[in-house]
Design a protein around this ligand. Structure first.
Ligand code: FAD
Length: 400
C-alpha cells in the first residue's frame, strides 16, 4: 500500500512540505491538517503600517493543494498525538494515522515572561506577531495615537520569529507617522545588545527619520541588563528590573516565544522551548517518524524566517521521500534571505547559505551570503523592489 505522510500546519513550512512531497513522489499520499481555510502571511504584514498593503493582499488559500497537487486537506486542528500508534487526533474528533509526520506548527508565546501580560492583555496590547486581526488592531491604534504620542515596542531576546521584523515594523510605522503625526515617537525597548542588520537600519533611520537627533521618530534602547518585568495595564506603563518606567500611548509588546503548543504538549521540545531535530532529515531527536521544520524547530544558526521554513521543508520533503523509498538521504543545503523595507524605496537584506559540517551540525557557508552594502542609494531602491519580488515568488513557491 502507498505510504501516507501527514503534514501538520499549512504555513510556510507545512505548505511547502506538502506540495514538494507530491512533486517529488506522486505515489505518496499526503494529508495537510490546518485549522484556517485562509492563511495570512506575516511577511509583508509590516508594510501595512505604512499603508503599502492590506490584509486581503496578504491572504492565500489552499485551493491549489487539492486541485494541482492532489493533497488531501483537513480543515481542523490537531489536538493530540499518539506517537506510539503513529496516529493523531483532530479537534473535530477524527483520528488520522500516518507512516511519517511532518510538523510545522509555528510559534506560541511565553505568557509568563512579564507580570500582567498574558493572552487576554495581548488583545489590548497586540503583539501582531501572527498576522491577522492583531495586525489591524495595532494599525488602528497607531492611527488613533495623538500627534506627539509614544509607541512602545518591546523586542525579545534571541531566538524568535523573524529577527529583523521588529525593526522593519518600526521603520514602516515611522514612515506613516512622518506624514501624519510627525511629533510622535517609537521607543524600541530591546532585550538584546544588538540586532539584525543594525548598521543598515540605523543608517536608514538617520536618512529618513531623524535618528540620533532630539526629535527622531525612532529611539532604540537595549535593556539587556535591565529587563522589563511588569506591565501596568491601567496606565500603560512598563517597569524594568531597576525600576525604570516607560509610558506609552500604544504598546506593541512582542513576547518571547516557543514552539507551538502542539509540539510542547507532545514532548517534542527541549528546555529551550524549541524542537531539537537531526538536521539531515529534520527528524525529531525524540521520534524518528516525526519530522519538524519551520519556526518550531531548532535549525540554528539558520534564522526563523518564512524563506528558511520553505528551504527546510524542501530538504525535509526530499529526505522523507528517500526514507520511504529506502534510498540514501542527500546532503542538504539550506538558503535564507530576509528583506526589510526601511522606506518604500529603501530596502535592505541579509542572505545566508548553510550546510552540514563533519560533525553533522549546521554551519554557515563561508563567503556565501552577507548583508547589503551601506550607503548605496541605487542598490537600496533596487532592494526595495527585490523585497516585493521575493515576497511574491516565495508565496507562489509555497502556496500556488
Ligand atoms: P507558520 O507560518 O506560523 O504556520 C504554522 C501553521 O500551523 C499555522 O497556519 C497554524 O494555524 C498551524 N497550526 C498550529 N497548531 C496547529 C495544530 N495543532 N494543528 C494544525 N495546525 C496547526 N519571514 C521571511 O522570510 N520574510 C519576511 O519578510 C518576514 N517578515 C515577517 C514579518 C513579521 C511581522 C513576522 C511576525 C514574521 C515575518 N517572517 C518573515 C517570519 C515568518 O512569518 C515565519 O518564519 C514563518 O511563518 C514560519 O513558518 P512556519 O510554517 O514555521 O509557521
Amino acid at each position: 500500500s502507498k505510504a501516507h505522510v501527514v503534514v501538520v500546519g499549512g504555513g510556510f513550512g507545512g505548505a511547502t512540505a506538502a506540495k514538494y512531497l507530491r512533486l517529488l513522489d506522486a505515489n505518496i499520499h499526503v494529508t495537510l491538517v490546518e485549522p484556517k481555510a485562509n492563511y495570512i502571511t506575516c511577511p509583508g504584514s509590516n508594510w501595512l503600517f505604512a499603508g503599502l498593503t492590506e490584509l486581503p493582499q496578504l491572504t492565500v488559500d489552499y485551493q491549489s493543494f487539492q486541485d494541482k497537487y492532489g493533497v488531501k486537506l483537513l480543515v481542523d486542528r490537531v489536538s493530540s498525538l499518539d506517537a506510539g500508534q503513529r496516529r493523531l487526533r483532530l479537534a473535530g474528533g477524527q483520528s488520522v494515522s500516518y507512516d511519517r509526520l511532518i510538523m510545522s506548527p509555528g510559534i506560541d508565546f511565553r505568557w509568563d515572561a512579564m507580570a500582567d501580560y498574558d493572552k487576554a492583555a495581548s488583545e489590548q496590547f497586540p503583539h501582531a506577531w501572527q498576522a491577522g486581526p492583531q495586525t489591524l488592531l495595532l494599525a488602528r491604534q497607531l492611527q488613533a495615537m495623538p500627534d506627539g504620542g509614544v509607541l512602545l515596542m518591546t523586542v525579545p531576546a534571541d531566538p524568535y520569529r523573524c529577527p529583523p521584523g521588529p525593526y522593519e515594523r518600526a521603520s514602516m510605522m515611522a514612515y506613516w507617522l512622518k506624514q501624519h503625526k510627525p511629533r510622535s515617537k517609537i521607543l524600541i525597548l530591546d532585550a538584546k545588545r544588538s540586532f539584525s542588520k543594525q548598521a543598515l537600519f540605523e543608517a536608514g533611520w538617520v536618512k529618513h527619520y531623524g535618528y540620533g537627533t532630539s526629535n527622531s521618530l525612532i529611539e532604540w534602547h537595549s535593556l539587556a541588563d535591565n529587563p522589563l518585568l511588569e506591565l501596568d495595564r491601567q496606565n500603560r506603563v512598563l517597569t524594568s528590573e531597576f525600576g525604570d518606567r516607560f509610558r506609552g500611548d500604544v504598546l506593541n509588546i512582542i513576547p518571547p516565544q516557543t514552539a507551538a503548543q502542539i509540539a510542547v504538549q507532545n514532548g517534542l521540545t527541549d528546555s529551550t522551548g524549541w524542537c531539537p531535530v537531526r538536521p539531515l532529515t529534520g527528524q525529531s531527536v525524540y521520534d524518528e517518524f516525526i519530522h519538524v521544520v519551520g519556526d518550531a524547530a531548532h535549525y540554528s544558526p539558520i534564522p526563523k524566517s518564512a524563506f528558511a521554513a520553505n528551504s527546510e521543508a524542501k530538504a525535509c520533503a526530499l529526505a522523507v521521500t528517500s526514507l520511504i523509498n529506502q534510498k540514501p538521504v542527500a546532503e542538504p543545503h539550506w538558503l535564507n534571505t530576509c528583506y526589510s523595507l526601511i522606506a518604500p524605496e529603501h530596502g535592505v537584506s541579509v542572505a545566508g547559505v548553510y550546510k552540514l559540517d563533519a560533525a553533522r551540525a549546521i554551519v554557515s557557508v563561508k563567503g556565501a551570503g552577507g548583508v547589503s552594502a551601506l550607503a548605496d542609494v541605487e542598490a537600496a531602491a533596487l532592494e526595495a523592489d527585490y523585497a516585493r519580488i521575493v515576497y511574491r515568488s516565495l508565496v507562489a513557491d509555497t502556496f500556488r
